[in-house]
Design a protein around this ligand. Sequence first.
Ligand SMILES: [Zn+2]
Length: 350
Amino acid sequence: MSLSPPIIDLHEDISLYYFLGGYGLKFKAEDFGVDLPGRHGDIPKFRRANAKIIFSSIAHIIPSLNAYRLGQQTSGYGVKVGAMRIRSPTLITLEHIKTYYNLLASYRDALALMSRRSDVENVFKDDRTFFLIAIEGSEPLEDIEDMDLFYMLGVRSLQITWNFDNKFAASCMSKRDYGLTGDGEELVKRCNELGVIIDLAHASRRTTLDALSASKLPAIVSHANIASVHKHVRNLDDEELEALSRNGGVVGITLIEPTIGKVADVKSLADHVQYVYQRFGSENLAIGTDFFGIMHVEEPRGLEDITKFGNLWAELINRGLSEGDVEKIAFRNALRVIEANASRWVEKPF
Ligand SMILES: [Zn+2]
C-alpha cells in the first residue's frame, strides 16, 4: 500500500531558478509545463504529487565573489557554494513577484495564487496547485509599513532573515546574536495584523525564541531540520522546538543535504521527523523541501523530486506513525497554520 496524501511544501525557490537561469542546479531553466527529467518540480510533477500549496519563495539574492560572504556560506553548508549577496533587494523582489505572476498567467489552468480567504477554503475543491508567495529575508522592507505594500502585491509569508543579519533580527550565521530588534518586534506585530505568516528559517536562536513569543499567530520554520539529530547552524534545538510547539507552529523538514547528517537519504531524514514526533507528537511537523534552492548539493537519495514523497511516508509508517500522522505532516498541520493566519486576510488592509 502506498500513501499519497496531498502535499503542502513550505519552501521552494522557483522564481530564483528562473531569475538565475538555473544557476547551480543540474537542470536548465525550461518551460514549467514540461515534465523535465531530474527537475525538482514542474506542472506535471505537481499534478502527480498532488501538490496543493507551494510556498513560492523570493530569494532576493545575487551571485558574488565576496570572500567574507563565501567564507560565511561555506562554513554554514560545509560545501564550497557560490557566494550570494544582497543588493537592491526591493527592486529584485519586485522582479521575482513578476516572475510568479508570469508563471501563473502562463498556466492558469494548472496554477493559481493563494491570496484570499476563499482560496484557502476552496483549495481542495480546485485541482490546481496554489502558489503562496513568501519573501526570504526582510531586507526588501525599508520600513515596517512596506509590508503592507508587499501584502497588496500578494505576499502572504515573510521569513525575517536569510543568512545575513538585518535591522529586524539576527540570522543563523550571526557573529553576535542580538535576536529580534525593537523594529523586528513591530514587524512581527504588523505581520500578525495582516495575517502574513512569520517564517523563522535561517533565523538565529534568539531571533527564533523572541519571535515565537512575540507572535500571536502560529508561525513556521519553513525549511530546517533538528539539531539533536544533526548539529547544524540551520537546525532547531530542543528549546526552539518547545517554543514552536507552544506557538502552535510547524517546522518544515528540509532536504538540504548538509543539514541532514553524514548520509542524506530517506532513513536519515525520517530520523529528524521521528525525533520531533517522539517528543512533541505529530502536530508541529510539515515539509519544506527547498527545491530549486538546493544548489551545488545532492538531494537526499529517494527524494530527488516532489513526486517521491511516498518513500518518506512508507518509512514513517514502518516506524510506527499512523496514516493520520503522515497526513498531518504532508499537509494538515501546514494548513492549520495557513488557516489561522488567513483569518486576517482582507481585500484592503488599510
Ligand atoms: Zn533558504
